[in-house]
Design a protein around this ligand. Structure first.
Ligand code: SF4
Length: 280
């Protein structure tokens, strides 16, 4: 099978740097706990686990080993609790997620009701809602669809930020609908340029030249799911986490297979998937 791959696949700089910091903590202590998944890829996670990383859902009350905040970030209240408990924190929050948090904080300082466009419950969104001041009583809503935007109460003034990995075109559509429920709206487009570029590469180039697409990435990865959804709107698309999931029956003889990946997928996993497709 012939394969085609866009220019950018594999880890983004945010995930790469988060892994390097986590790896450094493991080198120093031989053990660490992470608040959630450091990387949405089971093979890369296994590798970290064999080196002493454990995943936990809540901030430990005490810990003798470093506690890792993932690239998705966390609430200011969590950092404060960690300080009070004397925990050794390793903050790997991506700078582009910090940018979302900073904008949320600025809108809060302007006393604006805030809408976070993104998936409620996603770790990044939970953190951003915190930076928007929800715990201190600020009005913060989370919407992920135009229908949810239509259900917002009318407000004279309002601010909007976006989960970094949310598709930019969707964000724009939702922001237009929020505008209809607001007198004046301060829109901060905080979508991640790395994710936007992958979406652009998939739609503007790859999809024109291939018959089938394989998107490599974790099923818990928001940007991988969004990329797969964009590809699926134009071509038959299959999402896999590893090469062992590729099935020969997805392809017909003579077809060209496009291979792309989410930002938390290691390049070597993308290479393995490409190799298997080539060999079919
Ligand atoms: S996808 Fe973007 S926001 Fe998320 S970790 Fe990578 S660079 Fe940062």
């Amino acid at each position: 099978m012939e394969t085609l791959r866009p220019r950018h696949t594999g880890f983004c700089f945010g995930v790469r740097d988060a892994l390097a910091l986590t790896s450094g903590a493991l080198d120093g202590s031989g053990e660490a706990v992470a608040l959630g998944q450091v990387v949405h890829n089971s093979r890369a996670l296994e590798h970290l686990e064999t080196r002493g990383l454990r995943q936990v859902s809540n901030l430990p009350t005490e810990s003798s080993v470093p506690v890792v905040v993932t690239a998705h970030g966390a609430t200011p209240e969590l950092f404060e609790s960690a300080r009070n408990r004397g925990l050794q924190m390793v903050d790997t929050t991506c700078p582009l997620v910090k940018r979302v948090q900073r904008h949320a904080q600025e809108l809060r300082e302007l006393n604006l009701p805030i809408v976070v466009v993104g998936h409620a419950g996603h770790q990044e969104v939970v953190g951003v809602v915190g930076w928007a001041g929800a715990a201190a009583g600020a009005e913060v809503a989370v919407v992920a669809t135009t229908e949810e935007a239509d259900d917002l109460p009318y407000r004279e003034r309002r601010g909007v930020v976006c989960q970094s990995t949310f598709p930019q075109h969707e964000f724009r559509r939702i922001a237009e609908r929020i505008q209809l429920r607001s007198g004046s709206l301060e829109i901060r487009d905080t979508t991640c340029p790395v994710v936007n570029q992958r979406q652009r590469e998939a739609t503007s180039d790859l999809l024109e030249r291939v018959d089938v697409v394989v998107v490599v990435g974790g099923r818990g990865s928001a940007n991988t799911m969004a990329l797969a959804s964009t590809c699926a709107s134009r071509r038959p698309t299959h999402q896999v986490e590893s090469a062992s999931e590729v099935r020969a029956e997805w392809f017909q003889e003579g077809q060209t297979v496009g291979i792309t990946s989410g930002t938390s997928t290691p390049s070597w996993v993308v290479d393995e998937v490409e190799e298997v497709c080539r060999a079919l």
